[in-house]
Design a protein around this ligand. Structure first.
Ligand code: LLP
Length: 404
């Protein structure tokens, strides 16, 4: 994304043209950025060729997942819907792992029928249930057990998952007990230890700590794990000049771990693959200046992009046309929804905006559209894939009639 002759451009397409042709609010994704992210991710860890399972929850667009599939990635799914979507996108079941603390009997049964690589179980009860269903089906099911390593990911508390107060995984004591349960079961094949300590992690040290915990536990179990699934969580920089995850150091830590254990590493990245691929294009409906505050009222709202309202996240916001006039006032960028948390950002010294101007929110490819809702009965935006100068509709805009 860059300005050419003061006009904001994604790949070779002007934002203005997208807004005119497809209306707003509109999500669009850059194919070039997607390709780069996947290739960078592979390069970062190429010495041990991990299995990269894209975390479907970060972006559930069928056509985007199809593109991701073409680069050879597998999928990390957390519901039957996501599993169905991954399969529909052509992802090989032998590259699919199923995570989540509350898989229902129906979901487990479906996953077994589809012969996916691993069901990563998160409790004793779940393992019992997998065992029971596998027995009825007369199948031997490959599973993983998710360990809660009690490691602080040093990220937002809402997206932290690896501490003992979190609902995810089992603690070390329980993990050790479950190993012998699995070893004694005829219908379960324990192949994997999985962990995922959180999301938007920008410091490699929590990963190092997590690997140390895993290392110690493996030694204690004496079990041969074919796979170690170390989850996702690699953060991206949402703000200019913000900290970046040191992939080189993370890679070194994994290589050190692999010297002690011969196993296949699985990753479950979401944000690092699609985060900076996506943009949300929106139009200024009204500008409202009150006694205390000034508002830019956009046609996008918290139902389209929940991250600011949910986590206080800030997405870089840019005008589609650069002008030299700068406003001295501070403006709050808000949506039309009847909630005071329907607010995206607050900007000072932004360029002077006018009604009907177009603005773009950046880095919304992960947990943007996938977290969206129809709150206030607002139809969901259209999704576009931009490849060079070509624009492809990869999901149609919802119509009001779809919601009635
Ligand atoms: N694996 C598991 C088991 C997960 O729970 C998650 C994310 C991932 C992988 C992918 O994590 P990533 O590489 O994308 O960080 N809605 C929040 C993020 C929630 C993450 C949930 N789990 C946000 O918008 O920041």
């Amino acid at each position: 994304m860059k300005y050419i002759k003061k006009k904001l451009i994604i790949d070779k397409v002007k934002i203005e043209d997208i807004a005119r042709k497809f209306n707003t609010p509109t999500y669009c994704y850059s194919y070039a950025q997607l390709k780069k992210n996947i290739s960078d991710f592979k390069k970062n860890f190429k010495s041990f060729s991990p299995l990269i399972c894209f975390a479907i929850k970060s972006n559930t667009n069928l056509n985007l997942i199809r593109e991701i599939q073409k680069f050879g990635l597998g999928a990390d799914v957390v519901s039957m819907g996501e599993l169905m979507m991954a399969l529909k996108a052509g992802i090989n079941p032998k590259k699919i792992v199923f995570s989540g603390v509350g898989k229902t009997s129906k979901e487990i049964s479906y996953a077994i029928d589809k012969k996916i690589l691993l069901i990563n179980a998160e409790s004793k009860s779940e393992i019992n249930e997998i065992d029971r269903i596998a027995k009825i089906k007369k199948k031997k099911v490959q599973i993983g057990i998710r360990l809660n390593p009690n490691t602080d990911a040093k990220t937002l508390s809402q997206i932290s998952t690896g501490k003992k107060e979190n609902k995810f995984g089992v603690n070390e004591k329980e993990f050790l007990k479950l190993i012998s349960y699995c070893q004694n079961s005829k219908n379960i094949n324990l192949e994997c230890l999985s962990v995922h300590i959180g999301s938007q992690i920008l410091d490699h040290k929590p990963y190092e700590k997590m690997l140390n915990v895993v290392d110690k536990i493996i030694v204690k179990t004496k079990h041969k794990f074919k796979f170690i699934d170390i989850g996702g969580g690699m953060g991206i920089s949402y703000e200019k000049g913000s900290k970046k995850l040191n992939y080189r150091k993370y890679n070194i830590a994994i290589k050190k771990f692999l010297k002690r254990h011969s196993t296949k590493i699985i990753f479950e990245p979401g944000r690092s693959i699609v985060g900076d691929v996506g943009y949300l294009i929106s139009k200024v409906i009204y500008i409202k200046e009150n006694e205390k505050k000034n508002f830019i009222i956009l046609d996008a709202a918290m139902n389209d992009l929940m991250r600011p309202a949910l986590y206080g996240a800030n997405h870089k916001t840019l005008p589609s046309i650069k002008r030299s006039r700068i406003s001295k006032k501070t403006y709050e960028f808000v949506g039309p929804i009847c909630e005071s948390t329907d607010k995206f950002t607050s900007l000072k010294k932004f360029q002077k905006l006018y009604e009907k101007d177009i603005v773009v929110m950046c880095d919304v490819g992960a947990y943007g559209m996938s977290l969206s809702s129809n709150y206030n009965l607002r139809p969901k935006p259209v999704e576009l894939l931009i490849k060079g100068s070509k624009i492809r509709v990869i999901k149609k805009r919802q119509k009001h009639s779809d919601l009635m």
